[in-house]
Design a protein around this ligand. Structure first.
Ligand SMILES: [Zn+2]
Length: 81
């Protein structure tokens, strides 16, 4: 689909990491599926992906680890080594 922002590139499906920070703690979700414009770098998340991502990041931050990482498709948060 044509990028609405720059009208120069076609959005392509990619997987990227998303990070959230709260009170000095960091949560990272890897392999989040989204679309990216190769021309301007703009990214789009589907509503259900954004919603699940919010849920995951809040869960991970609430769990209390200083740094937590997980894959988007994986069940349960794992503390980073
Ligand atoms: Zn673009």
């Amino acid at each position: 689909m044509r990028c609405e922002r720059c009208d120069q590139g076609d959005r392509e499906p990619v997987r990227r990491a998303k990070t959230a920070e709260r009170d000095g703690r960091i949560a990272v979700v890897l392999d989040v599926p989204m679309e990216e414009c190769p021309s301007c770098g703009d990214r789009w998340l589907r509503w259900e992906v954004a919603s699940r991502l919010d849920e995951l990041l809040s869960e991970m931050l609430a769990a209390g680890a200083e740094v937590a990482t997980r894959h988007y498709d994986q069940r349960g948060a794992v503390p980073a080594a």
